[in-house]
Design a binder for this molecule. Structure first.
Ligand code: PLP
Length: 371
């Protein structure tokens, strides 16, 4: 991954062959249909590129959080079935109906709205009924699922395409009692729909972690974001050896200079050169997603070097072991020789999540794709 010459001061490289590999691996391991979750620019990896790659390698559905994301997918001429997890405004409901985008049915008020808009447009709306089994976020309680499904079907305007829920603890704890409880509540809701003759074609519960660790949660479809893009699905285990990482983040050293002892570096006077020091200027700041937290390091010439002084919005400074020419490769996430800084290290340092780190790399950092 080191030969790539970039015209950019900083850029993210995404290895699409790793994403293809991860999609095939998930499909084969689970033996279940795969929904590639590509919300938030596929956690910063690039929504359209990841969507196309996943669809070409075994995914059949796309999942996003917002209607605007589904719109971008349709504008890219991707016709694959696409589900929006999040809430839609009335205007967005119309757009979803017009563009064959599946929506989440999460309450009785929402069913009224969906059926009303579908009637107005003279076209049915495809919906996945969301049950809250213990996440306390969107959805009806398990005992309300049947009544909502009956209400939706009676409207004649809402085509019940799916039933789903989301697990709250499966990423963090393989033995969480809550996960078992959520499974039971979900199956209870499913049984109640089956008894009413309303079992929809797509029943789904598993995210990446559950898809791998909890076969009973697979049902008809697994919804995977992390496992597709190559982020660790479980926080309690090391990066799975069968999966491949796809993202790395680099920059070119912008400047390198010798500062005299005692010279201040950056805002707030938190760092002064202790002797004569070689200080490098890296064109990456918190406006790019590098958080202003103590302890940041980057790789230069296969070695870890410390970020010194506060991270600025566009730049940060590093203490170099010796003078290095501008253009020298700086790696913020990824590997150089035998050293690597992976996302999990930043998760620790920044008290964030895996997707939180990569989705936090802002839009002004160009994404470069390898195939
Ligand atoms: C984000 C999201 C997912 C994907 O989660 P991963 O852990 O990244 O696989 C699945 N389902 C829902 C409802 C989500 O919001």
């Amino acid at each position: 991954m080191n030969a790539f010459h970039s015209p950019y001061p900083t850029w993210v490289e995404v290895d699409l062959s790793a994403i293809a590999h991860n999609t095939r691996l998930l499909r084969q391991t689970t033996g279940t249909a795969v929904m590639a979750v590509v919300k938030a620019e596929a956690y910063g990896h690039g929504m359209i590129a990841v969507a196309r790659t996943a669809l070409a390698h075994g995914a059949t559905w796309l999942g996003v959080a917002r209607l605007g994301e589904a719109r971008q997918i349709r504008l890219a001429h991707i016709a694959a079935p696409t589900l929006v997890f999040g809430l839609l405004t009335p205007e967005e409901v119309d757009e979803a109906i017009a563009n064959d985008i599946s929506v989440t049915l999460h309450s009785f008020e929402n069913a009224e709205l969906l059926s009303q808009r579908a009637a107005a447009l003279g076209r049915p709306v495809h919906a996945h009924l969301k049950v809250d089994t213990g996440m306390g976020r969107m959805g009806v309680l398990p005992e309300e699922a049947r009544r909502l499904a009956e209400f939706a079907c009676a409207s004649g305007r809402i085509l019940l395409e799916g039933l789903y829920s989301h697990l709250a603890e499966v990423d963090d704890d393989p033995h969480a009692a809550l996960t078992e409880q959520q499974m039971r509540r979900f199956v209870q809701a499913l049984r109640s729909l089956e008894e009413a003759g309303l079992r929809p074609p797509y029943v789904h519960l598993a995210n990446s972690a559950a898809a791998y660790a909890l076969p009973a949660a697979r049902f008809d479809l697994v919804r995977a974001g992390s496992a597709i893009v190559g982020l660790r699905p479980f926080y309690y285990a090391a990066f799975p050896s069968a999966m491949r990482r796809s993202l790395s983040w680099h920059a070119q050293l912008a400047d390198c200079k010798r500062l005299p002892a005692g010279w201040n570096v950056s805002y707030g006077q938190e760092y002064q050169a202790s002797g004569e020091e070689w200080i490098g200027v890296v064109p990456v700041g918190y406006g790019d997603g590098l958080r202003r937290q103590p302890g940041n390091q980057v790789l230069i010439e296969g070695q870890r070097v410390a970020v010194v002084g506060r991270v600025c919005i566009d730049q940060c400074m590093v203490r170099l072991p010796r003078p290095l020419p501008p253009g020298t490769r700086v790696t913020l996430i990824g590997r150089q020789g035998d050293e690597a800084i992976y996302v999990e290290e930043l998760v620790q340092r920044w008290h964030s999540s895996e997707a939180g780190v990569t989705a936090g790399i802002t839009g002004r950092v160009p994404r470069c794709y390898r195939t």
